[in-house]
Design a protein around this ligand. Structure first.
Ligand SMILES: [Fe+2]
Length: 389
């Protein structure tokens, strides 16, 4: 069955941060989406509804900023909503072609794959590239990507969006992503529900936020803007996490789902990440799997991880997918599939033949609905003596 050949992406305009004006608690002041009125000599502005608000003087409510003022930490535009107020909401329709099948099996493209792709063109349904590695790429790198694209569909997966950061979205970065997406005719692009930069510093980690009401609107308005700016379906990926924030007021899957719904964007659902977080924080991963709207899943990620001596699991992408994650995948596939699935490796990357064998295992566990047969043998596991067809 083909993944919808032409798909309408409907988003909504709006999702603004609640106004902090004491005169209109919880309602927006109406200045969003317009040129911000000029401040008077005391730094105050007059919003359209006649309430005086003071930009840059209120305590920043973004959890990353802490107690500093907007002007100190974010610049005075940082938390100004990027989109119009609710009364100006209207549908936005984007039409894109999606050339990968709903049951497609892909691999994250890494430099060690180029030689094999050039020589053998292995039967992989599609590749995913790390967007940031190809923005402004040198000619050699761009030429390699062009050769891959001649043979395979390519989707984009970014790590530099900083969706939940407290500074304004980097419009030049978004435009660069859009140009790359156009160049490879990417059916969709994805990034993470996280923040990666603050105070002018870029962290090379995907950092979580507390799951709170204020950040639902904040994340959704920015995700909506990103999807609209790039003009392709935008998938948000759930993180693997190692700490929990005591300020959270809702479970991660509720926060994740609400952001996707409010933004009119999509899920980039990483089942290994759910497993890693469930082990690290001691929750049952099944309700998380069941909460996802699979009609809005652009792609599922699978990967391996490393369990440290103390029991913490680190999402290292340097090992084969474990049986427990295959079990979750099989469960999701049998109940909610099909969905395109991508295998991620970032270290100790095996030869392409081993990756193909791991993809064959995906096909096998899809059929059986479990990673282990009743006799305890591993379904479809390379070298385990069971069928991988
Ligand atoms: Fe992932």
């Amino acid at each position: 069955m083909a993944f919808p050949g032409r798909q309408a992406v409907v988003g909504r305009r709006g999702h603004v941060r609640a106004c902090e004006s004491p005169a209109l608690p919880g309602r927006h002041c109406g200045a969003a989406g317009q040129e911000r009125p000029k401040a008077d000599q005391k730094g105050r502005t007059m919003a359209p509804h006649g309430v005086t608000i003071t930009w840059g003087r209120t305590a920043c409510k973004h959890p990353v900023c802490g107690e500093m003022s907007h002007r100190d930490c974010c610049g005075d535009r940082a938390l100004a909503p990027p989109l119009g107020p609710p009364q100006y909401r209207r549908a936005v329709r984007l039409t894109v072609s999606v050339p990968i099948a709903s049951d497609a099996l892909g691999v994250g493209l890494r430099p060690s794959h180029y030689r094999c792709i050039d020589a053998d063109a292995p039967p992989i349904d599609y590749f995913e590239i790390i967007t940031d590695n190809f923005i402004g790429a040198a000619k050699v790198q761009a030429a390699r990507l062009a050769r891959v694209r001649e043979r395979y569909p390519v989707v984009l997966h970014g790590v530099g969006l900083n969706l939940l950061g407290h500074t304004p979205l980097d419009e030049a970065y978004l435009d660069a992503v859009a140009r790359l997406a156009d160049a490879v005719e990417a059916p969709f692009f994805t990034d993470h529900l996280c923040w990666t930069a603050a105070q002018g510093m870029h962290h090379h980690d995907l950092l979580p936020v507390p799951y709170v009401e204020d950040l639902v609107d904040f994340a959704a308005s920015r995700a909506y803007h990103v999807q609209r700016r790039i003009g392709r379906p935008f998938g948000l990926e759930n993180l693997s996490t190692y700490v929990e924030d005591h300020r959270s007021t809702m479970p991660e899957h509720v926060f994740y789902t609400r952001v996707v719904q409010e933004a009119g964007c999509y899920f980039m659902f990483d089942i290994n990440n759910v497993y890693v977080s469930s082990e690290n924080h001691g929750f049952d991963p099944l309700p998380y799997l069941e909460a996802i709207d699979y009609s809005r899943v652009l792609q599922v990620h699978l990967a391996g991880h490393t369990r440290l001596p103390g029991g913490t699991i680190v999402d290292t992408h340097d090992q084969a997918v474990c049986d427990e994650v295959w079990d979750l995948y099989a469960c999701a596939w049998q109940r909610f599939g099909p969905f395109p699935t991508l295998l991620e490796w970032d270290d100790h990357i095996p030869p392409m033949a081993e990756l193909q064998a791991e993809l064959a295992r995906a096909r096998a566990v899809r059929k059986t609905g479990a990673a282990r047969a009743p006799d305890g043998s591993s379904v479809g596991k390379p070298g385990a003596g069971t069928s991988t067809s």
